[in-house]
Design a protein around this ligand. Structure first.
Ligand SMILES: NC(=O)c1ccc[n+]([C@@H]2O[C@H](COP(=O)([O-])OP(=O)(O)OC[C@H]3O[C@@H](n4cnc5c(N)ncnc54)[C@H](OP(=O)(O)O)[C@@H]3O)[C@@H](O)[C@H]2O)c1
Length: 215
């Protein structure tokens, strides 16, 4: 799959290197061509497969699927620079808001969909960048599960392929309307981690989580 990444920072590096290693064609992008090219060269060396660098518009145009991996403060400018190529495309939103200034009324995923007209899937926002560098992320013998929130079947299929490329297991998290819950979960969990708590310990195992009707 051709993957355009809006961003050339830590998340672009971690995810893009793994996807390139898994055989996907990856292009990263940032504001500074020299910095993006240097990032692509490091990823090429790490993946053993070519990773290209381009402008935001070039990455948006080149990708069958486009991953939004920029900081919140640059989100709108980046989408604007990426331009019309995002319309109708599968967009994977990995972004998080600053957990200390989190605003429950604003969803990045919804904003990205509204601004671009793309088919957004929220994913990969729950774990620290170092987890996405693991090959594969497996804890206590269980592959990491990655919840996906989106409405478009084609975009969800692309997201599942990207999850599989990391050796993780996709989990249906519901429609795009639930992406805000994924964003709020990240803000809450990051707050716990920053405070030194074991965030994973706040939830019981499935067998002890009460009685549920089968899905
Ligand atoms: N780091 C994590 O552990 C983690 C985990 C899950 C989700 N996320 C989310 O993933 C997204 C990317 O995180 P990251 O760790 O990859 O960040 P990063 O390493 O700081 O990279 C940020 C990227 O955003 C771009 N950007 C565009 N406009 C910007 C602006 N006005 N100010 C700052 N940066 C701007 C940067 O472009 P240049 O290349 O031109 O500088 C850079 O490519 C964020 O939304 C973050 O919340 C991060």
């Amino acid at each position: 799959m051709r993957i355009g990444i809006l961003g050339a920072g830590g998340m672009a590096d971690a995810l893009g290197t793994q996807w390139a290693r898994a055989g996907h064609e990856v292009m990263v992008s940032g504001r500074d061509p020299g910095r993006s090219a240097a990032q692509a060269a490091r990823m090429t060396a790490g993946a053993g497969a070519e990773v290209r660098a381009g402008s935001f518009a070039e990455a948006a145009g080149s990708g069958e699927v486009v991953v939004v991996a920029v900081r919140e403060e640059g989100l709108l400018d980046t989408l604007q620079a990426a331009g019309a190529a995002l319309r109708g495309k599968a967009l994977i939103d990995v972004t998080n808001a600053n957990p200390m200034e989190y605003d429950l009324t604003r969803s990045h995923a919804r904003l990205i969909g509204d601004v671009t007209g793309g088919h957004v899937v929220k994913a990969f926002n729950l774990c620290h960048v170092d987890v996405w560098r693991m090959t594969p992320p497996v804890f206590d013998g269980r592959p990491l599960a990655v919840p996906l929130c989106g409405d478009d079947p084609g975009a969800l299929a692309a997201a599942r392929t990207l999850v599989a490329g990391l050796g993780c297991t996709p989990v249906d998290g519901g429609g795009l309307g639930r992406a805000a819950l994924l964003e709020a979960t990240a803000a809450f969990m990051i707050g716990l981690w920053f405070g030194g708590a074991d965030a994973q310990a706040v939830l019981p195992p499935l067998a002890s989580s009460g009685t549920h009707e089968p899905a």
